[in-house]
Design a protein around this ligand. Structure first.
Ligand SMILES: CCCCCCCCCCCCCCCCCCCCCCCCCC(=O)SCCNC(=O)CCNC(=O)[C@H](O)C(C)(C)COP(=O)(O)OP(=O)(O)OC[C@H]1O[C@@H](n2cnc3c(N)ncnc32)[C@H](O)[C@@H]1OP(=O)(O)O
Ligand SMILES: NC(=O)C1=CN([C@@H]2O[C@H](COP(=O)(O)OP(=O)(O)OC[C@H]3O[C@@H](n4cnc5c(N)ncnc54)[C@H](OP(=O)(O)O)[C@@H]3O)[C@@H](O)[C@H]2O)C=CC1
Length: 515
């Protein structure tokens, strides 16, 4: 029997960010391994015209939850959605709900965050710092609370190249930043943002670092731990391989490459691609919840959920495997044949952006206009290039994360728990994982049927023919223009034609001799 699974039986768990990528997988695994869990409270806001109940219904009816329903048929009774907006004071939770949360919660997993790299500093501070502070305050009023697990990111200190499992202080105290957000207007915040974030690439990583400091400073007597995942990718094993449902991290780029939009990207091929499957992060997080509650470490422990130091993979190997898989199982209705490559300097990046990204988009838009349709490709391409520019920092640097606490925790688990809550990345086979990832992107993100593969291959053949035809026509037009305007081009043309003529005459003569 798994000790960890038994620990969660009869517990009341509170999850923030349960409608997000990581939160959903966390909830799924908790229900599947501990079906006797008492209740999971999830803080949810109404969104995109959907009520809380509709959002929960959609999650429970998704493919991700299929296995849970087999082991825990009454799962819908065990999820208790609480209407909450983490941007509001007291999260805008009703008095009755707040009372229930305060008196019943045993474990908190705080996953909610804004993960947008371009979030305004005010917005990022509100969610990644102030909401964490408020949640800690709530936690301090929970008599039954056994552990508070905060999800941060391995990139909160990406301004360093070697990162230990410790909290590094930021030059300006979080309290000062929080106070200043109350009275500074947006234009001044815009001006000071670059100075505050310093050598970090965006407000996201900066506010996640501030969030960690808040956890350290304001957790009082609570049993607190922090989990720091690197780039979270599709599931490795559970509930099934390759599950993913959002475009963050590599997923969006896999689509862009597979559909033929992305042809080149500035990357350091040998830099470590520190991807970590979402189920690995979730298994570690659940184990951390158990360890923190049962062993009550004296200080706040940080756990790195990274792959680089134990089982490294680089962007070159990853990119190659993505392309190899796409060739085997192509995506439908590609814009161009998938054929992406890495560039390593600004000049070639700009060149290929113009030639391989913007020019085809402009030509396609011209074709749309001619056929009476609304042009859209250049706009889409510009958005893709903007997204890539924001991700570039992470594919052009390498980091080293120490994983002593994570390894210590693994050694503390029973063999059964090591199996049920496996977070040992040394067992990960990258090529197999990436293949399943690409397949998962096709099935669960693009919702494409595998039966459509022959048609997709046919479409790629057509694109290849169009490509050859286009290149030949382009060559002939350029050549014709050159010949018309330049004596040197005419001379070269004359030389080539006479050379070919002599060559053919020689062959004809030698074949006549043989006869
Ligand atoms: C021979 C060699 C072979 C070579 C082969 C070559 C290779 C080829 C193979 C390629 C694969 C292998 C290598 C992969 C490299 C992976 C790099 C990963 C780095 C990740 C680092 C993460 C580290 C930190 C981890 C953390 O700790 S945090 C979690 C991570 N957080 C994020 O990843 C948020 C990012 N995103 C945003 O920050 C916002 O998205 C924002 C960007 C501001 C836009 O913002 P905005 O313009 O407002 O627009 P959106 O509404 O968001 O989107 C607007 C439109 O772009 C779409 N779109 C959103 N996203 C993405 C995305 N990714 N990729 C693509 N499209 C996207 C969306 O569908 C919408 O399209 P539409 O629906 O309009 O058609
Ligand atoms: N994905 C990654 O690559 C990595 C993620 N992380 C960390 O993991 C955690 C989870 O990330 P991930 O699941 O990928 O992110 P998602 O963007 O998928 O999920 C974010 C969650 O936060 C919720 N949320 C955001 N704003 C509010 C609000 N105002 N009130 C209530 N809920 C809100 C969202 O709710 P809603 O559905 O309503 O928007 C959603 O459930 C984050 O803390 C992130 O920093 C760390 C490293 C890498």
């Amino acid at each position: 029997m798994s000790m960890i699974a038994a620990f969660y039986s009869n517990k009341s768990v509170l999850i923030t960010g349960a409608t997000g990528f990581l939160g959903k997988v966390l909830m799924e695994k908790l229900f599947r391994t501990s079906p006797h869990l008492k209740v999971i409270y999830i803080l949810v806001r109404p969104k995109s015209g959907q009520t809380l109940q509709e959002r929960v219904f959609q999650i429970l009816n998704s493919k991700l939850f299929e296995k849970v329903k087999e082991v825990c048929p009454n799962v819908h009774e065990k999820i208790r959605p609480i209407s909450a907006d983490l941007n509001q004071r007291d999260f805008a939770i009703s008095k009755e709900d707040m009372q229930e949360l305060l008196s019943c919660t045993n474990i908190i997993f705080h996953c909610a965050a804004t993960v947008r790299f371009d979030a305004h500093l005010r917005e990022a501070v509100q969610l990644n710092v102030i909401a964490t502070q408020q949640l800690l305050l709530m936690a301090s009023q929970m008599p039954k609370l056994e552990a508070f697990i905060h999800i941060s990111t391995a990139f909160s200190n990406c301004n360093l190249s070697h990162i230990d499992e410790v909290i590094y202080p930021c030059p300006v105290e979080p309290r000062k930043i929080i106070d200043s957000m109350e009275w500074l207007d947006d234009s001044i915040i815009d001006e000071i943002t670059p100075k505050l974030i310093g050598d970090r690439p965006n407000t996201y990583t900066y506010t996640k670092a501030l969030g960690e400091m808040v956890v350290q400073q304001e957790s009082g007597n609570l049993n607190v731990a922090i989990v720091r995942p690197s780039i979270v990718g599709a599931t490795w094993q559970e509930p099934f391989p390759g599950w993913v449902d959002n475009l963050n991290g590599p997923s969006g780029l896999i689509i862009a490459a597979g559909k033929g939009f992305l042809r080149s990207i500035k990357a350091t091929p040998m830099a470590v691609a520190d991807l970590i499957p979402v189920d690995t992060v979730v298994n570690l997080t659940i184990a951390v919840g158990w360890y923190t509650a049962v062993h009550r470490p004296k200080s706040t422990l940080i756990y790195h959920s990274t792959s680089g130091n134990l089982n490294p993979c680089n962007w070159y190997k990853m990119g190659l495997q993505v392309l190899a898989t796409i060739e085997k199982i192509p995506f439908e209705s590609a814009f161009r044949r998938p054929n992406a490559d890495f560039t390593t300097n600004n000049f070639t990046t700009q060149y290929w952006n113009a030639v391989s990204h913007r020019a085809p988009a402009i030509i396609y838009d011209f074709y749309l206009r001619l056929t009476g349709r609304k042009p859209r490709m250049l706009k889409l391409m510009n958005r893709l290039l903007r997204t890539i520019s924001m991700l570039e920092y992470f594919i052009n640097h390498s980091w080293e994360w120490s994983t002593n606490n994570t390894e210590m925790l693994l050694s503390e688990l029973s063999p059964e728990d090591q199996r049920v809550f496996n977070f040992d990345v040394r067992q990960l086979n990258w090529l197999e994982y990436i293949e399943n990832y690409v397949l998962g992107v096709k099935k669960y993100l693009l919702k494409e049927d595998l039966a459509g593969i022959p048609k997709a291959k046919q479409h790629l053949k057509r694109l290849r023919n169009i490509h050859y035809l286009f290149n030949t026509a382009l060559f002939l037009i350029v050549w014709r223009l050159l010949i018309a305007r330049s004596q040197m081009a005419r001379n070269i043309w004359f030389f080539i034609v006479s050379f070919c003529y002599k060559f053919i005459s020689y062959f004809r003569a030698s074949s006549t001799l043989k006869v």
